[in-house]
Design a protein around this ligand. Structure first.
Ligand code: SAM
Length: 330
């Protein structure tokens, strides 16, 4: 499939996300010792509301991944740890694999991550593979006992970690490449997509979500995305993106939390819940909020509230892995 106009600008959103995360990590919003291996050069300090926004996004998605792992461990019931696969769609330079690695001992007696797959455009995975293969701190996290790592320019296959490059609008290629990672449809699978689906035309995101729900017997999908993109505040956000050549193709279909939920149900997922980022922020433990609110002064509380109103996290589920409703709680 040839790259449509604007794809380069969409890929550049990864640089933006990675730089924003790096700004927040540098100030101590959260710890991510791996990010600076992917984002080099001087740190560009972002505005306090951007740093807090990225903190809430990273905290929320990570907490939901941990919750999904723990929930699976509880319902599996067998004495052996339950197997799970994790697929990060539109991963960019996200360091989730390495961050989770650090915490494996917290859930490894109940859940074992059999395969973790990072997926993005080949032009992005090419850079990710390059940084991984040239950084011993990243390599040591993925090497198995015999250290066997197979890679091409834009793909990498290690013991339980894979990077594959493809266009998510092409599910046939996704199927072929997931097979090359040994992904099985009968193993419970967590999908993460952080600020990705909004860049796909609704037809493409629907085919992707339908294909996933048809193929995978038991799955959880954690999706961070824009909502309420019709008011004046959103117009300014959109204008900024358009000026950078980037079009949010799927924005018409993620107007509200309800439309987010419906999109999953209509594409074959059993059910879904969604939270605005104001709700996610309110559910973060008070001690953590006190800690991060001391990092920088934020005069414009209202601006942050409005920003949080324009993003949400939705969790969809399929199969026996039903997520309890109060999934985000202190
Ligand atoms: N998820 C990462 C994070 O939160 O740090 C990156 C987010 S960035 C805003 C969006 C990512 O989605 C980019 O890396 C982009 O290349 C990827 N993406 C968007 N459309 C895609 C497509 N059709 N196929 C593959 N990747 C895509």
């Amino acid at each position: 499939m040839s790259l449509a106009q604007g794809d380069e600008a969409v890929q550049a959103t990864n640089d933006d996300a990675a730089n924003c995360k790096r700004s927040a990590v540098h100030l101590g919003y959260w710890s991510d010792p791996y990010l600076s291996y992917f984002v080099r050069g001087p740190i560009v300090k972002k505005a306090p509301e951007i740093n807090r926004g990225y903190f809430a996004r990273t905290y929320g998605v990570y907490k939901l991944v941990l919750n999904a792992l723990n929930t699976l461990g509880e319902i599996d019931g067998s004495l052996e740890p339950a197997s799970v696969q994790l697929i990060n769609l539109g991963c960019g330079f996200d360091t989730l694999y390495w961050r989770l690695n650090e915490e494996r001992n917290k859930f490894s007696n109940r859940v074992k991550i059999k395969a973790f797959v990072d997926v993005d455009f080949p032009s992005t995975t090419l850079k990710k593979v390059h940084y991984v293969k040239n950084t011993k701190e990243l390599l040591s996290g993925i090497a198995n006992e015999d250290g066997d790592i197979v890679r091409s320019q834009s793909e990498l296959h290690a013991f339980d970690y894979h990077i594959i490059g493809l266009d998510l609008r092409d599910v046939t290629q996704l199927e072929t490449k997931l097979a090359s990672c040994g992904i099985r449809y009968d193993v419970p699978t967590i999908f993460v997509s952080e600020c990705v689906l909004v860049y796909l035309e609704s037809k493409s995101s629907e085919s992707l979500l339908s294909w996933l729900s048809q193929k995978f017997n038991t799955a959880v999908f954690i999706n961070y995305e824009q909502i309420n993109m019709t008011d004046n505040f959103a117009n300014v956000m959109l204008k900024n993106l358009v000026l950078r050549g980037c079009h949010l193709s799927g924005v018409d279909h993620c107007k509200t939390i309800e439309s987010q939920v419906n999109r999953f149900v209509e594409t074959g997922w059993t059910g879904a819940y969604g939270w605005t980022m104001n709700e996610v922020y309110a559910a973060i433990p008070t001690s953590e909020i006190h800690r991060i609110e001391r990092i920088e002064m934020l005069d414009e509380q209202e601006l942050l509230r409005q920003l949080f109103d324009h993003y949400c996290i939705t969790v969809a589920y399929k199969g026996y892995w039903k997520i309890p409703r109060p999934y985000i709680s202190k």
